[in-house]
Design a protein around this ligand. Sequence first.
Ligand SMILES: [Fe+2]
Length: 221
Amino acid sequence: MTIGPELKEQVHKTLDAMRQGNALLVGARNGTLTHQQFLDYLNNLMYFFHHSCIHLDIAAGRARAVGQQEVVPFLEEKIREETDHARWPQSDLKKRGSRQEGVDLARVAPATHRILAYSVDLIERDPELHLAYMFFHEYITVIGGPELLADLEAHCGIPSEHVTAIGHHVELDKRHVAEDLMEIEAVVARSPHKARAYREVLDETARHADRFYTGMVSLFY
Ligand SMILES: [Fe+2]
């Protein structure tokens, strides 16, 4: 039994709901996203990307510590793949006229801190479950990214060349999603009881992600 199609379906449902009510997606589509909101979006993405490799490294260490050796090579390869992606939102910020160097900590949304705390807690609980957290972020970018880029360009006057933080990931993550799912299937083959946990983690991640995407453009959310 494969779990991949079901997990993909869960992300599609989340994206459908977010299209209706998420502040970032709705603001981009209605053309109401302000310049400052877009800068905040990039700033929060940069902070989030900085943590991808830190958390992957924690996950690899935790996996070794709890005897989940099988997943370690995947996490180590992922660290190599995700390194330095924070440079993309940084260059997008410059293209939008910001002189900011690095993350502006005063404009990191609480929802961003919460999703990152959730990520660390999840790794502590079971590093293999972290695969579903990664899969969620990568797959929602692949299926929702092109539409967001098109809306930003058509309704907010922000060209795709100024949103490389998303544009580059839309391409890269197509392959990453396939790799995530293969790894998840391998875990479920070893530990069938984790199929249920993966569904739950995907739901929890979806709830955090909805707030994260809103928080990025509505600080203090
Ligand atoms: Fe990726």
